[in-house]
Ligand binder design. Structure first.
Ligand code: NAD
Length: 432
């Protein structure tokens, strides 16, 4: 039987040194080198001591030697204390348990950024703060791990662009929490697609559908600000809605596969199950138009009791590639539907790999700076959301060069009034 182009590619792919193999090899070489030479000690601090703050610190301390957690900031001191205590239990030799550098309040992060004894900051607050904190961290000369999304509006995107440029100038590393970029089955699938395994890309279908999510009800005596910061997912200035906060993982994947940003988005969606004061929608479907006539059909949903589905399916002129989220692997099928390639990968490894890569890039003085890449993906989420909220077809060009959308409050104080704008209504919500 004559071999198809893909089989040739595929075989070559297995026999040559792939990005995945080189990733594994580089890890081995670097750990060997690291064991031999003295490691430059690096001091870590975390800003935002919730679930992900402690997860990311734990990942970094697990995968890296010569790193120590020395400081933390959070809105609430007890969250810093809880994080320090739980991380010290896991990594007793990598936490400065005598540290008094635990800061609270809206300005606590500034103490960390002005501390010369901090080398790397983990920015793991709710997303609305990310652009200004990344900028402040880069200006302070700190290396950064920034969780996704890195912006939720046009103003935040512009700030990220400026910060990316400054980081390049100052050689400041910025790794972001888009862990799938470091998951071996994702990397391998993108590599197969680049080699022509499914021919030319025609369309991608991507879905991030889950059941319900948390809601943190308002407690008596809470100001508007305290309530919104606590129940942050439900306020768009803080979360960007589900499409930015959660589905940015799929968006980042299809932007990576496409190798471009979209030209426009047209979208629909709505809300039926959110608590009445939530600004979030339940679901959104977006048709993204990419250069060269390619399209992405995207949907996201968070509805209690509904069936989850989280994947990217890439259709090409000669086949189809499925990239499933978390640990569900990647597969390629030819145009007759026969599976011709597959690869597994674990999300847990990817979560750690991003921290290995960050620390190694700092020590090697070849800083990874991926802020703009993740700002682009975050902005693709914003583009889809704005198209859905306004009911209009919206272009990338408009959102990135003309939009004045700036959701961050003009004045923010812990006890302050902060009236919610309510949820968007297509046809009424203005495109700005
Ligand atoms: N990469 C991933 O797979 C992944 C998974 C989960 C969460 N995340 C991201 O991580 C971020 C945090 O999510 P989480 O689940 O940890 O939320 P969380 O609510 O558990 O924690 C956020 C913490 O930040 C603190 N905080 C908020 N604003 C602050 C400020 N201005 N200064 C100091 N501290 C502040 C809060 O008090 C809270 O302790 C979000 O951007 C989320 O999208 C990423």
């Amino acid at each position: 039987m004559q071999k198809t182009d893909f089989q040739k590619h595929n075989r070559r792919g297995f026999m040559s040194t792939t990005a995945v193999a080189s990733l594994a090899a580089s890890t081995m070489v670097h750990s060997a080198t690291a064991a031999k030479s003295e490691l430059r000690p690096l001091r870590l601090a975390v800003i935002g001591c919730g679930g992900r703050g402690s997860g990311a610190i734990n990942d970094s301390l697990t995968i890296n030697d010569g790193v120590t957690l020395v400081a933390a900031a959070d809105l609430r001191l007890e969250n810093c204390e809880r994080l320090f205590k739980s991380i010290a239990k896991e990594h007793p030799d990598k936490v400065d348990t005598q540290s008094t550098k635990l800061y609270s309040g809206l300005d606590g992060y500034k103490q960390i950024l002005s501390d010369p004894d901090v080398d790397v900051v983990f920015l793991t607050t709710s997303p609305g703060f990310r652009p200004l904190m990344v900028q402040a961290a880069v200006q302070a000369g700190k290396h950064v791990f920034a969780e996704k999304p890195v912006c939720v509006d046009a103003a935040g995107y512009q700030l990220c662009k400026v910060s990316h440029e400054l980081a390049e100038k100052n050689k400041t590393a910025i790794v972001t929490g888009t862990q799938y970029r470091r998951q071996i089955n994702y990397i391998a699938a993108v590599e197969q697609i680049r080699k022509g395994a499914i021919g030319e890309i025609i369309n991608i279908t991507a879905r991030y559908c889950t059941g319900g999510i948390w809601y943190r009800p308002r407690k008596e005596g809470m100001s508007d600000t305290e309530y919104q910061l606590t129940n942050w997912m439900h306020f768009i200035w803080l979360s960007g809605d589900q499409i930015c906060e959660q589905a940015v993982h799929n968006i980042d994947t299809f932007n990576w596969v496409m190798g471009a940003n979209p030209l426009s988005a047209y979208a629909s969606g709505g809300r039926f199950t959110r608590p009445s004061d939530s600004e979030m929608w339940d679901s959104m479907s977006v048709a993204y138009e990419y250069p060269n006539g390619r399209t992405v059909s995207f949907m996201c949903r968070q509805i209690p009791g509904s069936q989850g589905l989280n994947d990217n399916v890439i259709y090409g002129t000669e086949g189809m590639c499925q990239i499933g989220a978390a640990n569900s692997g990647s597969r390629i099928f030819d145009s007759k539907g026969t599976k011709i390639w597959e690869k597994d990968g674990k999300i847990k490894d990817a979560y750690r790999e991003e921290h290995r890569a960050l620390i190694e890039s700092i020590r090697n003085e070849t800083p990874i700076i991926e802020l703009l890449q993740t700002a682009d993906s975050s902005m693709v989420g914003v583009l889809g959301r704005v198209a859905a909220y306004t009911g209009k077809k919206v272009t990338w060009d408009f959102m990135t060069t003309q939009s004045t959308l700036d959701l961050f409050p003009k004045s923010l104080t812990w006890d302050g009034a902060l009236p919610s704008k309510g949820h968007a209504v297509p046809g009424k919500t203005k495109l700005i």
